[in-house]
Design a protein around this ligand. Structure first.
Ligand code: AKB
Length: 302
């Protein structure tokens, strides 16, 4: 990857992926785009940026030509819970953006990274140690768009030679930009509320186990996937990746080690709970094996 376009740079992953990749590839080689949410000053000042509506394919094409882009990180998405409030909007944003990224990379045979998610699985998927290849019949519009996006990316690879790759991310724990509109958001909010109020009201019930990952692992896995030898990629869209699985009680116990009077209460949101119940409790990520001394090094099963 020489010149990289990050779409959705102001979001939870983008706001950390841009500085991470600017350190690796050079500040002038990572172009950050944003739309409604302005870029943080650090990103705006740290390298090239542009305001761009990702559902405008022509605008995307112009930026790709202007900066001679050979790789796109497609981080625009309406997440699971927000998607259920407006499925039409969610489908349009999620699918048009993915389609535009693949289309603009078609002629240059460039690379496209599109994250998929645990949301691509559904209630009929095996929920413990969910395999790489298994039933994928999600019941949220977000999940449906993720499965469709995985298939579309594979199609553009097979049909047009686009170097399309992706990871199925779990919930991501981070502290730079808050997630918004997701079902796993509680696992970030709980820390903020612990500091502010020594208490948190959780919208998922005790015993709701979901896969999670710390942001540095999410960033490293994305870059390592995109740098992996294409000859070794058995799966392209997408690899299961995970780091841990826990329920709200487990985080609360961890917080109480530092703050013994922390209180966890519950007010279950039925929509979020139904989504969480339809997702894996834990995923099998053995197709993307972690090894090395603390390094997430993705190796590919031949
Ligand atoms: C969400 O909760 O919607 C996202 C995801 C797991 O894809 N964080």
């Amino acid at each position: 990857m020489k010149n990289i376009l990050v779409i959705g740079a102001a979001g939870q992953i983008g706001s950390e992926l841009v500085p991470y990749m600017r350190k690796i590839y050079g500040e002038s080689h990572v172009i950050a785009t944003y739309n409604h949410t302005p870029l943080p000053a650090e990103l705006m000042e740290g390298g090239p940026s542009a305001k761009m509506d990702a559902i405008d394919g022509q605008a995307m094409q112009e930026i790709v030509s202007k900066y001679n882009i050979d790789a796109i990180f497609n981080l625009v998405a309406v997440l699971s819970a927000k998607g259920e409030a407006n499925p039409t909007f969610s489908w349009k944003i999620n699918m048009d953006t993915t389609f535009n990224c693949l289309e603009v990379m078609k002629d240059v045979k460039g690379a496209v990274f599109t994250p998929s998610s645990i949301g691509a699985f559904g209630p009929t998927t095996p929920q413990d140690q969910t395999p790489q290849d298994t039933v994928m019949r999600p019941t949220t519009i977000y999940g449906i768009s993720k499965v469709a996006g995985e298939l579309l990316a594979d199609y553009y690879h097979l049909k047009f030679g686009v170097d399309a790759r992706g990871l199925r991310y779990p919930g991501i724990i981070s502290n730079v930009t808050l997630p918004g509109g997701g079902t796993t958001d509680y696992a970030v909010e709980i820390y903020y509320e612990a500091i502010k109020n020594k208490a948190y009201t959780c919208n998922l019930s005790a015993g709701t186990f979901l896969d999670m990952m710390y942001m540095p692992d999410a960033l490293r896995s994305a870059v390592e996937l995109m740098e992996a030898d294409p000859a070794k990629l058995v799966h392209r869209n997408c690899f299961n990746v995970t780091a841990m699985s826990f329920d709200p009680e487990i985080i609360a116990a961890a917080i109480r080690k530092h703050m013994p009077d922390f209180r966890l209460e519950y007010k279950v949101d039925p929509i979020k709970q139904a989504i969480a119940n339809s997702w894996p409790n834990s995923m099998d990520d053995s197709a993307a094996v972690m090894n090395g001394a603390g390094n997430l090094s993705l190796t590919w099963i031949p």
